[in-house]
Design a protein around this ligand. Structure first.
Ligand code: NAD
Length: 364
């Protein structure tokens, strides 16, 4: 199906925990309005995911959700509070980790750029962190049976870290494709710790070098993660696209977000060959849940990334135009500075900043 033929696309929506429902509802409203402006109707398919689904359906990721997702290419997931999910209770699956691993959403693409009107540490920064998303140190996705954290006795824990050639090559290829599409330095930087993790990160670095050789038009360099963490702060203009393993990418993307205005502005898209899932970098922010002050922008920008990805699936260039409209409306809202949520130094609510973004969409 192309959106061009039917004018309609389907997107799955999973609201998640804590601030998840608040920011996901803002996201669907803004994407709806922008898509309509470009002649596309989005049919939202709500699917349960998160703690609320344990009471109603017996799992944080019910069978109904798992069975519906394969037929829908694009999904939105709100943040989940998985640190609070009890260990060893089979009803509490981490939806985020499960979906990334089991649907082979192998790269987590996390752009970090400064926005006009938002004071930040690094106003010229514009980078994309491409994080391997299916293995590495994340114990919940490392074994076919059981968990990759083992406790041989009460005082000892062994964590299994997995690095495979297949996962490393495909995430590296994704990073080079992004560097080619972007209007940036056309450079990929591999970040690793191959001096200590000589086999695991050694394999990852070898794979990145192999893909670099396949893409001679894109510059390539590599850094140890500790040196790179400092370099990103001191010389962010030298970085374009970063490719790295799961945990380093998780940490570096929060660092990058901190340099350009904070987690409230940090979007992410989990991509595979068949599916993509929009998901902000931040967590479920239990400290502000229910107060109506969560910043929805990171989730909305994640939705815009999803529209761009879906434009290829549906051969629908108007979805790129809709994503441009969303991003321009957010830029205009931030630049005006009247409707900023408390994380950005203002007093706006989730509702009032959403209304301001909708008005900016209408005005575009
Ligand atoms: P967090 O990202 O939820 O919050 C860190 C700080 O940033 C808090 O002060 C919070 O109020 C603020 N913040 C985050 N998002 C915000 C937003 N949209 N608007 C305004 N302020 C925002 O990190 P945490 O507190 O360490 O984790 C809370 C829960 O989220 C944990 O259970 C953790 O496991 C989970 N988590 C989930 C994801 C995900 O679903 N993708 C990612 C990270 C953490």
């Amino acid at each position: 199906m192309t959106a061009g033929a039917s004018g309609s696309i389907r997107v799955a929506v999973m609201e998640g925990d804590d601030i998840g429902p608040e920011i996901v509802r803002s996201t669907t409203r803004v994407l709806d309005r922008a898509a309509q402006q470009h002649g596309v109707r989005i049919e939202w398919i709500p699917l349960p995911a998160g703690i609320a689904a344990v009471d109603t359906e017996g799992s944080t990721l019910p069978i109904r959700t798992r069975e519906a997702l394969p037929d829908i290419p694009g999904w939105i997931l709100g943040p989940v509070s998985h640190r609070d999910y009890p260990i060893g209770d089979a009803r509490y699956v981490n939806p985020s980790g499960y979906l990334r691993k089991n649907f082979e959403l192998y790269s987590n693409v996390r752009p970090a750029r400064a926005w006009p009107g938002i004071e930040c540490v690094r106003p010229k920064m514009d980078v994309v962190i491409v994080r391997e998303n299916t293995e590495g140190f994340y114990a919940d996705r490392n074994l076919i049976d059981g968990n990759g954290e083992l406790r041989p006795d009460l005082d000892t824990v062994i964590s299994v870290r997995v690095v495979t050639r297949r996962a490393s090559l495909r995430v590296a290829r994704q990073a080079f494709a992004i560097a080619r599409e972007r209007n940036g330095l056309r450079k990929v930087t591999c970040v690793h710790k191959a001096n200590v993790l000589r086999r695991g990160d050694g394999l990852f670095l070898d794979c990145c070098r192999q893909v670099a050789a396949e893409n001679p038009d894109i510059a390539f360099d590599d850094f140890l993660v500790d040196a790179f963490a400092m370099r990103l702060i001191l010389r962010p203009d030298d970085t374009d696209v970063v490719v790295t393993t799961n945990m380093f990418g998780d940490i570096l993307s929060d660092e990058a977000a901190g340099l350009v205005g904070g987690l409230g502005l940090a979007p992410g898209l989990n991509t595979g060959d068949e599916h993509a899932m929009a998901q902000a970098v931040h967590g479920s922010a239990p400290d502000i849940a229910g107060k109506g002050i969560a910043n929805p922008i990171a989730e909305i920008l994640s939705g815009a990334l999803l529209l761009r990805w879906l434009s290829r699936v549906h051969a629908a260039p108007m979805l790129v135009e809709a994503a441009d409209t969303v991003e321009s409306a957010i830029a205009a809202t931030l630049a005006r500075g009247e409707s900023l949520t408390p994380d950005l130094g203002g007093t706006a609510t989730t509702e009032s900043i959403t209304a301001a973004i909708l008005a900016a969409v209408d005005a575009s």
